[in-house]
Design a binder for this molecule. Structure first.
Ligand code: NAP
Length: 340
C-alpha cells in the first residue's frame, strides 16, 4: 500500500517525527526560518498532509495547487494563517492543538509581573556590566507583588490561571471580561470591575483577551492615563491590544511604573524600536508557550491529529466538522487510508 506524503513546515521533536515516519513519507523543513513561499507551494502540491507552524500561510493559492491535500494540522491552538472556509470548500480537514498553552503562558505572565516589579532584567544587566561593587541599601528598590492588586483583563483560560496563581501570592484580584463568571469569582475570590475601575485600582494590569476588532488598541492613551503611576502593565495576549506609541509615551514619561511584554506590535520588535531604550520595560520574544513540555505536547497533539486522519478516522481536534461528510468520501478513495 502506498504511503501518504506529509510536509512539516518547521522543526518537530524527533519522537513526533518518528511516529509520522512510521506510516508516511515525511519531508520536514529543518530551518529556523519558515520555508519560502515557492518551497511551501512545491511541497503542498505533492502532499496529502501539511503540518504547519506559526507562520506558514495556507490560503487559496496553496489549496488550488494541492489536489491531493486532505489534512492541514496546525501546530498551535488559535487558528491563524489558514483559510478555513477554503479548506472546507476543498474537502480538507483542518486541525489544531487547543488548551495546551494555558498554564505555561500564565507562568510567563506571572514571571513578567515579578520581573518588572523587582527589576530582574535590569539587575541582571547591572551585574553583567560589572557595576556591582558594594551592597547598596537603595539598589533596585522594587515593588512587592505579594499583597498587591492584580487586574485581569479577559477572564478566559489564561486569565483564570493567573487568578489561581495570584491567590498564592495573597493578591487582591479584580477582573474585567465580556461576561461575569460567578463560579470563578467564588473560587478565586475575584471582584468584577469595569475596565476603567480596574485600570484605576490595580497595581498590575494583565491582559488576556484575544485580538479582535473590539480589543484592538483596548489599552491606549486614555486607559494608560487611568492607571496609577506606580502600576505595571503586563501583556501576553497580542501586541495590538495595546497602542504601542501611547505605551512608549506613558513609560518614557513615567506615567506608569513599567511594562512587561511578551507580545509586541510589530513582531519581531525591530532593534531600533524606541521601546528598547526604556529601562522600565521587560520584553520577551513571544515565548508564552515556550516550555519544552508544552511544545512537546503541542507537537504530539498535532501529530496525533494527523495520524488519526491518515488512518481515515475523524481527528479529535477538527476545526471544520462540516467538511467531514465530503472528506470521508475522499478518504475512502485515498490508497493509504484504512477507512472509518
Ligand atoms: P480565552 O480562553 O478565549 O479567553 C479570552 C477571554 O477574553 C474570554 O473570557 C473572553 O470572553 C474575553 N474577551 C474576549 N473579548 C473581550 C472583550 N472585548 N472585552 C473583554 N473581554 C473579552 O483565551 P486564552 O486561552 O485565555 O488566551 C488569551 C489570549 O492569550 C489568546 O487570545 C492569545 O492571543 C494569547 N496567547 C498568547 C500566548 C503567548 O505565547 N504569549 C500563548 C497563548 C495565548 P468570552 O468568553 O465572552 O469570549
Amino acid at each position: 500500500m502506498s504511503k501518504p506524503r506529509v510536509f512539516v513546515t518547521g522543526k518537530l521533536p524527533k519522537e513526533a517525527l518518528k511516529s509520522l515516519e512510521a506510516i508516511a513519507d515525511v519531508t520536514a523543513w529543518d530551518n529556523d526560518l519558515p520555508p519560502p513561499r515557492d518551497v511551501l507551494l512545491r511541497e503542498a502540491s505533492r502532499s496529502d498532509v501539511l503540518i504547519t507552524m506559526l507562520t506558514a500561510r495556507i490560503d487559496s493559492e496553496v489549496f488550488a495547487i494541492a489536489p491531493r491535500l486532505r489534512v492541514v494540522g496546525q501546530h498551535r491552538g488559535r487558528l491563524r494563517h489558514i483559510d478555513l472556509a477554503e479548506a472546507t470548500r476543498r474537502g480538507v480537514v483542518v486541525t489544531n492543538t487547543p488548551g495546551i498553552l494555558t498554564e505555561t503562558t500564565a507562568d510567563l505572565a506571572f514571571a513578567l509581573m515579578l520581573a518588572t516589579a523587582r527589576n530582574i532584567a535590569s539587575g541582571d544587566r547591572y551585574v553583567r556590566e560589572g557595576n556591582w561593587r558594594i551592597w547598596d541599601f537603595n539598589l533596585f528598590l522594587g515593588r512587592d507583588v505579594h499583597g498587591a492588586t492584580l487586574g485581569i483583563v479577559g477572564l478566559g483560560r489564561i486569565g483564570i490561571a493567573m487568578a489561581h496563581r495570584a491567590r498564592g501570592f495573597g493578591m487582591r484580584c479584580l477582573y474585567y471580561s465580556r461576561k461575569r463568571n460567578p463560579e470563578a469569582e467564588r473560587r478565586y475570590r475575584l471582584e468584577y470591575a469595569t475596565l476603567d475601575n480596574l485600570l484605576i485600582t490595580a497595581d498590575f494590569v494583565s491582559l488576556h483577551v484575544p485580538l479582535t476588532g473590539e480589543t484592538h488598541s483596548l489599552v491606549g492613551k486614555r486607559e494608560l492615563a487611568l492607571m496609577k503611576p506606580t502600576a505595571f502593565l503586563i501583556n501576553t495576549s497580542r501586541g495590538s491590544v495595546v497602542d504601542t506609541e501611547a505605551l512608549y509615551e506613558a513609560l518614557r514619561e513615567g506615567r506608569i511604573a513599567g511594562a512587561g511584554l511578551d507580545v509586541t506590535d510589530p513582531e519581531p520588535l525591530p532593534i531600533d524600536s524606541p521601546l528598547l531604550e526604556l529601562d522600565n520595560l521587560v520584553v520577551t520574544p513571544h515565548i508564552g508557550s515556550a516550555s519544552s513540555a508544552t511544545r512537546h505536547r503541542m507537537a504530539d497533539m498535532a501529530v496525533m491529529n494527523a495520524l488519526t486522519a491518515m488512518r481515515g478516522k475523524t481527528p479529535p481536534n477538527c476545526l471544520n466538522r462540516d467538511v467531514l461528510p465530503d472528506w470521508r468520501k475522499f478518504m475512502r478513495k485515498a490508497p493509504w487510508a484504512t477507512g472509518e
